[in-house]
Ligand binder design. Sequence first.
Ligand SMILES: Cc1cc2nc3c(=O)[nH]c(=O)nc-3n(C[C@H](O)[C@H](O)[C@H](O)COP(=O)(O)OP(=O)(O)OC[C@H]3O[C@@H](n4cnc5c(N)ncnc54)[C@H](O)[C@@H]3O)c2cc1C
Length: 497
Amino acid sequence: MVHYNKVNDVDIEHFESVVGKEFVSANPAIRASYLAKSVMGLESSMGDVIIRPRYTEEVRKILIWCDTRKIPVSPISAGLSGGFGCPLIKPGGVVLDLSRMNRIIKIDEDSRYAIIEPGVTAGELWAYMEKYHPSFCPPIADGAPPAATVMGDAIDRGFNLCTSSMGPQGDIFLGGEVCVPTGDIIRLGSWALNGTEPFYKWGLGPELFSLFMGSQGAMGVFTKGVVKIFPHPKFKTVKAWAMDNPYDMQNLTLELGKQEFGVAHNTVMVQGGNWPLVMTRWPKDKVPNDYEFYKKLGISKWWMNWECWAQTQEELDTVTKTIDKFAEEFKKKKICKNPDAIKEWKLHPKQIQSRLRKPNKIAIPYSYWEAGFLFITYYTPWNECADFAVEYNKILKKYDFPEVMWIASIERCRQAICMPIVCFDSSKPEDFVRVQDMNRETFELCLDRGWINYRPDPFIHAPMTYSMAGTYLKYLRKVKEMFDPNYILHPGRLMLP
Ligand SMILES: Cc1cc2nc3c(=O)[nH]c(=O)nc-3n(C[C@H](O)[C@H](O)[C@H](O)COP(=O)(O)OP(=O)(O)OC[C@H]3O[C@@H](n4cnc5c(N)ncnc54)[C@H](O)[C@@H]3O)c2cc1C
């Protein structure tokens, strides 16, 4: 059993001496505002004090103090991951808000990486690159609001705007700098060797960087990150094909993804879903909720979009023609369930334009449906994403949630990121129970099938997962103890402790 201390006046005086009085706040309204940011967090609680450091050395001093005093510390970059940045326990201790650490330190166009601080938001990095390095783009999250950070997305093992071509956000990082409660500042990747540029993720090997990915702030505090940047070609479009079931969506997309060269590398974001995705972007009482209405609007039951980027119009034409050719050929194949429903969905130029605009705000309207929403995201092998959709939707329906399913390809359909969007009424306490009952039942199903939750919550996903991976948990705890012997970092996250 770990015992934590409450923050007292002496602690606050010390924090003020480290970062300055104006960057420490124990004001209840300010503390509560951090909960309000965590739109999707069902389990968050309030911190006792908010500290907003500017420099790595300040982070180090705060961690050393808190380690000695056994005060919990929960790091937040922007706090938009759904509440995962907020404390879980009481006393909540320190909320370490890293948003002032928002410098873009270096852009290297030849080795193609950017060194950024954790508070750099998707919007800021996008605007900076557009202005100073217009031939390159940073891998910001595709659906997260512009105020979310690039670093937070990686720590969460999220995905980005060219994830189908380049891989998940964790793979897009080449290293970084972390500060741990033992008082050390560790540079990762090739950066670990004094003076070496952070150009090579596997660094000195064995590589420590991965220990911090997916750690939800429970292993160390990132004070810098090194993220790959990509060329930003001018020739772009979005192709869409309609179908009436998830299996045809899965199998057609896989055929294209498996080609890799000549087509899949040019399809940067490959994402699809079902018609309730459209419906739940408006307030529930303002739109019809039967499929017939959406059918008349030309919305198919299922669809897949390919966002294509190319260096020339000719290359772009080859990619779009290849998609069409594969779709036509797929209709004739035995595995195709309903060839009649497979049709090109010709998007209006405005729809294409809006899809290509970055950072986009496409995911925000889900909160309009009933005031609350939760993304519960899983990684599955691509060829099981249709099974996932069918099985998960059955349970959503059983609990009276709309069957909203969004699916995207990671690394040319090696994996699928499957995201049911649970729309519920956050003003009704009984709805939280309904969400968690549904979450538990679906998670039992997912564990059984070996589908991995990408941002495991502390009450259902993490305990149930680790109970089936005991040896892994044993070593994960040892790793944690190496960096954070007193378990002060984000207690409860990932079931540590
Ligand atoms: C409407 C909406 C749409 C979204 N769409 C997407 C999407 O398209 N793709 C996607 O991948 N995600 C998406 N997300 C999830 C999330 O917003 C992103 O992953 C985001 O980039 C997280 O960044 P953040 O700075 O808000 O993270 P935070 O909430 O600040 O932190 C994320 C986690 O990392 C920890 N942490 C934060 N900073 C540090 C640090 N410096 N050192 C150590 N630990 C730290 C926190 O404790 C927390 O557990 C979406 C969220 C919302 C609300």
